[in-house]
Design a binder for this molecule. Sequence first.
Ligand code: ATP
Length: 221
Amino acid sequence: MGGNNKQFAVIGLGRFGTTVAKALYRLGYDVLAVDSDEERVHAFSNEATHVVQADSTDEETLKALGIRNFDVVVVAIGQDIQANMMATLLLRELGVPYIVVKAANALHGKMLEKIGADRVVYPERDMGLRLAHNLVSSNILDFIELSPNLSIVEISAPAFVVGQTLVQSNLRALYEVNVVALKRGDDIKVPPKPEEVIMEGDVLVLVGNNEGLRRLEAEVQ
Ligand code: ATP
C-alpha cells in the first residue's frame, strides 16, 4: 500500500460521508471524521482514526482541529447547504490543500467552485446516470461521466467484435472510442495490445466522447 501517510478529514457523517471515511480508514489511511451531531459521532467512534463532535462552520473550531494540516478534506454535509458552503469557504481560507465537496445540484456545484472547492461531486446524479446506462443494456456494466462530453464505459465485448483483434474491430474509427483496458477474468490488460484478439466474455473499458459511446451503446443493446 503506497502513500499511507496521506491524511484525510471527512466532515458530515451522513450516508455518503460515513462511506467515504470508512473506506479510507479501511484502506489504511489516517481519517479524522467530524460531525456536529453527538449521536452520529458516537455511532461512528470505531470507524476512523479520530471521530470528533464539532461544528464545521466555526472557524476557531476548525483551527483547533488543525484542519489545515490535512491533505484532503471532504465536505459531506448534505441538507444544510449553507453549512456546506460555509465550511468549504473556511477550509479554503485556512489553506487546506485539497477540498472535495458534495453538491446537491449544478447551481450549488457552481457556487462551490467559485468559493474554492477543488473538486465537486454529485453522488446522486452520478449514480443515477450509471444506473440508467446499466438498465438500458445488461452489456453496459458501468458508466462514468468525466466531463459533459467525455465518458468511460465498461461493456461486455459485443458479438460483432468477438474473434477480431482490437485493430480489426475498428472501434476507434467507427465510434471514436479508445479501448483503454481489456478484462479477461482476473486478468486486466492495460493498455491492451492492438493485436489482442477479443474473446467472448471479455470486458472492454472504453473512453470516448458521449456521442460515439451512445452509438456504440445502441449497437450492444
Ligand atoms: P447522505 O445523503 O450522505 O446521508 P445527507 O445529504 O442526508 O447525507 P445530512 O444528513 O444532511 O446529509 O448531513 C450529513 C451530516 O452532516 C449530518 O450527520 C449532520 O449532522 C452533519 N452536519 C450538518 N451540519 C454540520 C456542521 N455545521 N458541522 C458538522 N457536521 C454537520
